[in-house]
Design a protein around this ligand. Sequence first.
Ligand SMILES: Cc1ncc(C[n+]2csc(CCOP(=O)(O)OP(=O)(O)O)c2C)c(N)n1
Ligand SMILES: [Mg+2]
Length: 327
Amino acid sequence: MLTRKDFISDIPVKWCAGCWNFIILSQLQNTFANIWIPKENIVVVSGIWCAWRLPYYMDTYWFHTIHWRAPTIATWIKLTKPELQTWVLTGDWDGLSIGWNHLYHAMRKNIWLKIVMLNNQIYALTKWQVSPTSQVWSVTKTTPLGSIDNPINPIKFAIWAECAFVARSIDTEISLTQEILDRAVKSDSTVFIEILQKCVTFEVSGVNQIRDRELKEELILRIRNWEPLIYWKNKDKWIVIENFKPKIISFNPENIPENIVIYDETNDELAYIISNLNYPEFPIPVWIFKTSNRTSYEKNYNDELKRNNIKDKSLKEILYDYEVIDI
Ligand SMILES: Cc1ncc(C[n+]2csc(CCOP(=O)(O)OP(=O)(O)O)c2C)c(N)n1
Ligand SMILES: [Mg+2]
């Protein structure tokens, strides 16, 4: 039986002291230890950003790719070696600015990848520039007067892209992240997990109270499949939907409203409405927003090759087996 220790490589870990990447690294190692597949069948792919070194610290196969192209290279890995469990690690700039088209196409096609985005709402590696997920009025080196940009909501983006499994956690919600990772492993479609992360070195506007033990229950909505959408300290605030619009009501046991929402993670329309809940009007939703059964692209691809009796080419064949055309 494997344990987390089996997934620790001998490369010394280098991040800022107190960075949440340390915790996320060990959570991924825990997940890998629990999946009961040989180490040789796991590959971790990353682009360029603060956690680009994360795969180096994993004792698995890994690929540190070029900028913004991790989902594309992971797609190629998955198509040629479908037996590999392929993880993609990305940041908010890497995945949603320069790399968003690659991320989109991987989700749209339903490549069986497990994509984890560490969203710290800033460019941290390059030292404090505004990101496409930075909140309006964020003061950074490139927005000294405050950002006026409309931020991307990664969960809304993933649902729109028809990603099959979409979830959000927060760095401080360690057991929630672990639960999502462990559940993601079992999904046989594209997985997208956003982890809201606080950069410990560069200050950025954001709802940092979600990390405060006292305040967080007023700010976080934990969506649970087949449960009503309730939050607040005593769980006495409910989210209902009226005319397709979410609304907060106070819970009254004498008068349970007819339009109470029981969450159904297979309902894409509901997931979209809930992904759109924004602070401060609404609490920040976390947990699994949607799951769906879509046949993965690589299954269709490999079935098609088999049906037509075509042998897939090896990389060597692709590189050497072409005609040189003189022009
Ligand atoms: C083509 C190109 N554009 C920009 C950069 C500079 N660059 C490297 S990492 C980075 C920001 C990474 O931010 P994010 O993905 O949010 O990860 P973080 O560092 O915050 O963890 C930028 C702008 C580059 N090296 N190459
Ligand atoms: Mg970032």
